[in-house]
Write a protein that binds this ligand. Structure first.
Ligand SMILES: NC(=O)c1ccc[n+]([C@@H]2O[C@H](COP(=O)([O-])OP(=O)(O)OC[C@H]3O[C@@H](n4cnc5c(N)ncnc54)[C@H](OP(=O)(O)O)[C@@H]3O)[C@@H](O)[C@H]2O)c1
Length: 299
């Protein structure tokens, strides 16, 4: 497994494991521990979480594994996020979906994540989504204080566009280590808004969420999904691999290394992301899939 140096002294595994759906996997703490051990055996060492996942309960599920098997913590890079709020039982005063980047809120959420995850330090904290009213100076002060207190090692963002990325990076006065964005055969948002070009130019390795389109491609409903799934399937057939392997191979065709966050708890599905590293799609095959989603030929 390749290591991706997201900054000078810190690296991620090329394939990352995402835990947004961990409470849906139907496993207990011991089975979760076994899954983490299987990830390590495959050199997948970076875990992606967020305060809100599992209705604000997914971090504590992972924390229960670290409590049961404390030796595991130091073998992983732990990524988590803050900034999104929605009505839920843990925050009775929240009555509407919103983003919160107030100083006290950021500090409070990091403290909560540390307790839930049962760890001393978060390796990378991401700002989950940009807010139209975020104050970069306030965010920078909170981040610097968290770093000084030894609670967070590095910072990054998620779903940010170019100007928003630069706004935070310049206020923070240190490189953001990643931007976590959605990209798949069914989602071209960050191709279309030039964010991938921006990240390539600035040598920032993006983490990619919903790399297999959150599973939608396996059960295509719209005409666009059906067209794209059919195209992926026929090229997968040419390589003698499953559809999910092809979906990761399509991502690996981008020139700078994208780090897919695999959202499945099933080992064979996780392994598809590894197997795809051996497949080099031709440029024309990449465009076949790209155009299948567009529904027309490029000019
Ligand atoms: N920053 C953000 O805003 C943001 C947003 C969303 C997600 N994320 C992160 O990205 C990670 C991945 O997101 P994701 O879970 O949407 O990614 P994904 O890997 O594209 O989708 C996972 C879903 O696809 C299903 N799936 C995978 N392979 C399949 C197959 N061969 N056949 C049928 N179904 C299949 C999985 O089902 P099974 O579980 O049954 O295998 C699961 O429901 C999350 O865990 C989270 O860490 C970040």
């Amino acid at each position: 497994m390749k290591r991706i140096h997201v900054c000078e002294d810190f690296s991620f595994s090329h394939v990352i494991h995402g835990q947004m759906r961990s409470l849906e996997w139907g496993i207990n703490v011991t089975e979760y521990q076994a899954l983490l051990e299987q990830l390590l055996a495959r050199e997948i060492t970076t875990l992606d979480n967020a305060d809100i996942y599992g209705g604000f309960e997914a971090e504590a599920f992972l924390g229960a594994v670290f409590k049961q098997a404390p030796n595991l913590r130091d073998q992983f890079e732990i990524v988590t996020k803050c900034g999104i709020q929605f009505p839920n039982k843990y925050y009775p005063k929240t009555y509407i979906n919103h983003y919160n980047y107030d100083y006290d809120y950021i500090i409070q959420q990091v403290d909560r994540s540390l307790i839930n995850l049962n760890i001393e330090m978060i390796d990378v904290l991401l700002l989950h989504r940009p807010s139209p009213i975020m104050d970069a100076q306030v965010i920078a002060k909170a981040c610097q204080d968290l770093q000084r207190a030894g609670k967070v090692r590095h910072f990054g963002v998620s779903n940010f566009e170019q100007e928003q990325f630069l706004l935070i990076e310049q206020a923070l006065n240190q490189p953001l280590v990643t931007n976590q964005i959605e990209l798949s055969v069914l989602n071209h948002e960050h191709i279309d808004n030039n964010n991938l070009d921006f990240l390539q130019r600035n040598n920032v390795a993006p983490m990619i969420w919903s790399p297999v389109a959150g599973g939608r491609i396996f059960n295509p409903k719209t005409e666009q999904e059906q067209r794209t799934a059919h195209c992926v399937q026929s090229i997968a057939h040419q390589y003698g691999v499953s559809m999910d392997v092809l979906l990761y191979a399509w991502l690996y065709k981008f020139p700078h290394l994208l780090m897919p966050i695999v959202g499945s708890g099933s080992l064979p599905r996780i392994e598809a992301a590894i197997q795809a590293q051996n497949i080099d799609l031709t440029t024309q095959q990449w465009f076949e899939i790209y155009q299948a989603k567009l529904g027309h030929s490029i000019k």
